[in-house]
Design a binder for this molecule. Structure first.
Ligand code: BES
Ligand code: ZN
Length: 457
């Protein structure tokens, strides 16, 4: 931990066990006016309206990584940063995406008209063979009767790997899988290295119809997969930097991030236009607030493709640069009116500098914020580089995340504002130029207790 980071914790009374009690005498109770005054420079300026309007601007349509929708969002974010006076960098990177190609199915020479998705990793091949009902394709379900046939499989119960391997081991020449009970759509499925078979996914409704028909009459299926494969796509991180005040520079860096990409078919108002708006709001406010710490505001691309943008950013840091980053704050899904309370997640489930600062800021601004264990967002690559980091999110989650229903009408101005205030107050606590001098001051906030919380997602 850097000397400045340690000093900040001391002044916040967070490392109180090692301090003489005189230093901690009479801290004001959490949430008192003195506590709030301490944060006013940042907190008072945060605007719920501005936060909401940016979510509106960003959530007009999907922003899937590598698409025009993402590019428009990237331009918007860059223009916003620049309008606040920041030098802004676009950091491009490539990632691999699976393309379904042109899959087709026909049954007894009649073309299948439902949606078809090529399994990730499927081979390109055209096969024609009797259709065989393999049920769930568990070890007991598939027999040698599958030999030379196309297996019709219901999703669920076993892994994709097991199901497909059982079909291959019994001589099947193709796989058509329909969705599991309760699941809609047909976009799913993986084959693994060495499973050289054409495989496609269809909806549950269509699959059940075929399973019924097979009981009545023998069916011949044609399964043709062509043009499927991985393609390289480009996505971007957007990075705006505010240098420390010249005479006060501690050499320390704090990063504040969110991801701007969404899933393919959702406008991602909460996931994660909300977090992007929080990052932009803090950038706008901090642009006019001198600090002794360099602040880097960033939005990541291709988070939904496997944290690709944040891994790219973290991997691009030199050792000395990574060593200068004292804290990473990640905001992801911070504005749903239908989710639970704010929580701070760390990948290892341990407290760190970020959760300590977040809990202390929470107590001053609103309430104590608990912590828990979760990866699944862009704090992970920072954590893996040894940088204290945490994800600020509300849990339990709203049920429609990753769906077309993740829209602006379900966004709460209050949730956006409160979360951004807490993150802003926590960032400012470490970045404010007067922190060491506050060590003994009566306005310095008192210690807070916050606990591990394993609430469901
Ligand atoms: N905003 C979510 C994070 C999330 C999802 C947290 C569900 C908790 C529960 C994020 O955008 C996301 O969907 N992450 C991916 C991770 C991945 C692609 C590595 C996920 O969780 O599926
Ligand atoms: Zn997200």
């Amino acid at each position: 931990m850097s000397k400045k980071a340690m000093t900040v914790l001391l002044s916040a009374g967070l490392v109180f066990s090692s301090l003489p009690s005189a230093v901690l005498a009479d801290p004001p109770p959490a949430g008192s006016p003195a506590d709030q005054a301490f944060d006013n420079k940042v907190v008072k300026k945060i605007s719920a309206d501005r936060l909401f309007e940016r979510v509106r601007d960003l959530s007009q349509s999907p922003r899937e990584a590598g698409t025009q929708g993402e590019w428009q969002a990237v331009q918007y974010i860059k223009e916003q940063f620049e309008s606040y006076g920041y030098q802004t960098e676009l950091q491009p990177f490539t990632f691999q995406e699976w393309e379904s190609g042109q899959p087709s199915i026909s049954i007894n020479d009649t073309p299948f008209t439902g949606g078809i998705h090529t399994f990730y990793g499927s081979i390109n091949q055209n096969v024609e063979a009797p259709l065989y009902d393999a049920g769930l394709a568990g070890p007991e379900d598939v027999t040698d009767e599958a030999d030379g046939k196309i297996a019709l499989i219901e999703r669920g119960g076993y892994s994709f790997y097991e199901k497909i391997q059982n079909a291959i081991d019994h001589g099947a020449v193709g796989v058509i899988m329909y969705n599991r009970e309760g699941a809609s759509g047909h976009t799913f499925g993986y084959t693994y290295d060495g499973q050289k078979i054409p495989a496609a996914a269809i909806s549950r409704e269509e699959g059940l119809k075929l399973a019924e028909r097979i009981k009545e009459e023998p069916l011949t299926a044609n399964l043709a997969i062509q043009g499927a494969g991985t393609v390289d796509k480009t996505s971007y991180n957007v990075i705006a930097t505010m240098k420390a005040h010249k005479n006060k520079d501690t050499g320390q860096i704090v990063t504040i991030g969110a991801h701007h990409d969404s899933v393919a078919d959702g406008p991602g108002a909460n996931d994660d236009a909300s977090g992007v708006s929080g990052v932009l709001e803090l950038a706008e406010i901090m642009a006019k607030t001198p600090t002794d710490t360099e602040l880097r505001f960033m939005t990541f691309g291709a988070e939904e493709k496997g944290l690709v943008g944040s891994y790219h950013y973290a991997d691009s840091l030199s050792e000395p640069e990574a060593g200068r980053i004292s804290a990473h704050f990640q905001m992801d899904m911070i504005g749903s009116r239908d989710s639970g309370d704010l929580i701070m997640f760390t990948p290892d489930g341990n407290k760190n500098l970020v959760t300590d600062l977040g809990a202390a800021a929470g107590a001053r601004v609103a309430e104590v914020v608990e912590y828990g264990q979760l990866g699944r967002s862009d704090h992970v690559p920072f954590f893996e580089r040894g940088i204290p980091s945490a994800l600020f999110i509300h849990a339990p989650l709203e049920p429609w995340y990753h769906s077309p229903e993740d829209t602006l009408d379900k966004i709460s101005r209050e949730k956006l504002k409160e979360t951004t205030e807490i993150v802003g107050a926590a960032v400012y606590q470490i970045a404010r130029p007067d922190t060491p001098a506050l060590e003994n001051a009566r306005v310095a906030p008192g210690p807070v207790h916050y606990e591990f919380d394993d609430r469901p997602l």
